[in-house]
Design a protein around this ligand. Structure first.
Ligand SMILES: Cc1cc2nc3c(=O)[nH]c(=O)nc-3n(C[C@H](O)[C@H](O)[C@H](O)COP(=O)(O)OP(=O)(O)OC[C@H]3O[C@@H](n4cnc5c(N)ncnc54)[C@H](O)[C@@H]3O)c2cc1C
Length: 361
């Protein structure tokens, strides 16, 4: 079976790798370079706290609990240094109803220790918290170096015979008379396949429209800033503050995802705003005081209303959707399930709420 995947971000690269691993003939297409979309501007956190405290279907909860094991397996299969299980320190003010959230998350299977400010300083000497503010330490959590993971996925994928086409956008889709799916690329070339996977992230609506389909997506900008390369002994853990998330970053020292108010998506204004964001984070991490961001990125989160969109549409054979927020953490999960569905025609029960047909009926 030949499968063409549109989009070499975290989701498309995982699916390409898993399909090839299962023996499919796979071509992975990206208009830019792998990981250059939202996956390259992501915080890439792996965590189940406080998500495990949310009311979710049993199927979704099981999937959430399977994420860490899937990453362990992937890291073993791929090799490379891209996965860091250093744990997360979540400050009390970052979650509503701290005690209840911790209790519910533990009940659902999360490993959480509650630390006093003094105990959290033993783990992170640079962290300064207001008197009495507690911290939830989630042991089995961490972060992914997403560009490095994608590079490694694609390295193993191509070494095992997968085909990578980069630098030319998919411009049109057609079903030919023999029933094959044909993709027309901007450079004039064509790719024919038994199945096409739309893993184009924030461009997935555009790809769907080529097949005459309308899939709604909320596009929400998210800001990342980077600071302190070579300047600071940065925290080892992920730190989840009230307005921000911070983690170590191999190239930049620290990576910060700003979640507070005040972001205006315009390059000039964001530049000026970076210093203010850093000043806010520096209240908890004084080592950041006086630093300017070394880089800022705005990534576009593609958020389908009602959750991920994964699967075929019943009336358009061979056109598979793989669009999801949280695509770094969910990528290997969607890839395992998608490979089974695409290759063997099975239907994963866990994906029933995620079908694209929900937008039509
Ligand atoms: C600031 C920020 C923080 C985040 N934090 C987290 C987090 O902590 N944990 C987490 O799991 N997720 C997080 N996310 C979300 C996560 O990054 C995304 O869900 C994920 O990167 C989406 O991956 P993707 O493969 O679907 O899309 P992308 O990475 O955007 O990949 C899509 C690819 O499709 C290609 N493409 C588009 N159109 C075409 C075309 N016509 N032809 C060919 N190629 C095309 C693009 O070039 C791109 O490479 C965050 C996002 C942001 C912005």
């Amino acid at each position: 079976m030949k499968v063409a995947i549109i989009g070499a971000g975290a989701i498309g690269a995982n699916i390409a790798y898993r399909l090839r691993d299962c023996g499919a003939d796979v071509v992975l297409i990206d208009k830019s370079s792998p990981g250059a979309g939202t996956s390259g501007a992501s915080f890439s956190w792996l965590s189940s706290f406080p998500q495990l405290s949310w009311p979710e279907s049993p199927g979704r909860r099981q999937l959430r609990l399977s994420v860490n094991a899937r990453f362990d397996r992937l890291a073993e299969e791929l090799g490379g240094d891209w996965l860091d299980w250093s744990g997360t320190l979540t400050v009390e003010s970052a979650v509503p109803d701290f005690e209840k959230t911790v209790a519910l998350s533990r009940e659902a299977g999360a490993q959480i220790e509650v630390l006093s400010p003094e105990e959290s300083r033993d783990l992170e000497p640079q962290l300064r918290l207001p008197e009495g503010e507690r911290v939830a330490f989630e042991l089995r959590s961490g972060w992914v170096d997403a560009p490095a993971m994608i590079e490694q996925l694609i390295r193993v994928f191509t070494l095992s015979g997968g085909e990578l086409l980069i630098g030319s956008a998919v411009a049109a889709f057609e079903r030919d008379r023999a029933g094959a799916n044909v993709l027309f690329l901007e450079d004039g070339s064509r790719v024919c396949a038994d199945a096409v996977v739309n893993a184009a992230g924030s461009h997935a609506t555009h790809i769907a429209a080529m097949a005459g389909l309308a899939i709604p997506l909320e596009l929400v900008p998210g800001v990342m800033l980077y600071a302190g390369a070579g300047r600071l002994p940065f925290p080892r853990h992920v730190i989840n503050g009230a307005n921000w998330l911070l983690r170590p970053d191999r190239d930049h020292g620290a990576a910060i995802h700003w979640r507070g108010e005040g972001l205006t998506v315009s390059h000039g204004k964001n530049g000026a705003f970076g210093g203010k964001m850093l000043a806010d984070v520096a209240k908890a991490i004084p080592a950041l005081e006086g630093l300017e961001p070394s880089a800022m990125r705005v990534g576009i989160r593609a958020i389908p209303p009602g959750g991920p969109v994964i699967g075929f549409l019943p009336w358009l054979d061979g056109f598979y959707f793989a669009v999801s927020h949280g695509g770094i953490g969910w990528g290997p999960v969607w890839a395992d399930l998608a490979a089974q569905e695409i290759l063997y025609g099975s239907r994963a029960e866990e994906l029933e709420g995620a079908r694209p047909s929900r937008f039509y009926f």
